[in-house]
Design a protein around this ligand. Sequence first.
Ligand SMILES: [Zn+2]
Length: 298
Amino acid sequence: MKRLPALLLALLLSCLLSAPAAGAEEEELTIEEVVEYVDLDAEETQPAPVSGDAAWTFPVALEDMNPEYIRLSNKHYLLSESYIPDLEKVPTLAKGGIKWRGKDTPKEGHRLQPAAVQALCDMNAEIRALAEEMGFRDMYLKSAYRSYRTQRTMYRNRLAKNNGKDDGWVSMPGASDHQTGLGLDIVPSNWKDRGMNDKMMKEPECQWMAEHCQEYGFIIRYPADKNEITEINTEPWHLRYVGIPVATYIMENGLCLEEFTWQLQEAIQDFISRGGSPDLVKDFIQTPTDENYVIPAL
Ligand SMILES: [Zn+2]
């Protein structure tokens, strides 16, 4: 069907060429009409560019994303036992960082990827600067990087306590956001020795974090309205570093990291199908490790 206008044009052109003397004025008009018709048709179908010059149309620019920082880990996207990120110790408050909750501190200390360490220090400095005005208490870092093996121990302990049932409070080994070295648990002082639950959301410090964490490159990893997608209970204390541009996009659009990942994967497929260079996007491709997993429709 789409070929018809072009064929018409070709026919008309050949008529013109074969009979140049006959009624020039009338035929000029006809060509204009046909050309207009062809142009309209082209606008409607938007043909894909043939070479690698497709535009990246996703709201976050490629250069504003670091593949390492947007790595998804959950029970369908498992990290391997050997995955150990680049880690740095989080300074304690006396060294410009944050108070540690001593009881849970691993023997290497609390560690995160360097960019997340810096972001956490900056954010805690701001929380402290606002303390008087906002009535904020001291914040405690309860947990940061956890190795695959630590997670395995925690998961086994949780199952043992819960009649062998996974209750969504402790991720299985390889599925924890903590293994990325970008996920952390931070709580106000009145919660540091309490069992954590989603009532913490009401605390002014947590409300402030939910509003401002993206300014430091963090997202709320397990928001209250995304339990069905994350398959993890609401955790107002668990922040995840993704970098400022991605965090801003996720928080402003009310997404969770899973939804962001799927949107991005769709954008990558679209980019390649329009002739974009696969080399430009290959580092951002993430596929489920669980091959039977069906990505929910967005
Ligand atoms: Zn956590």
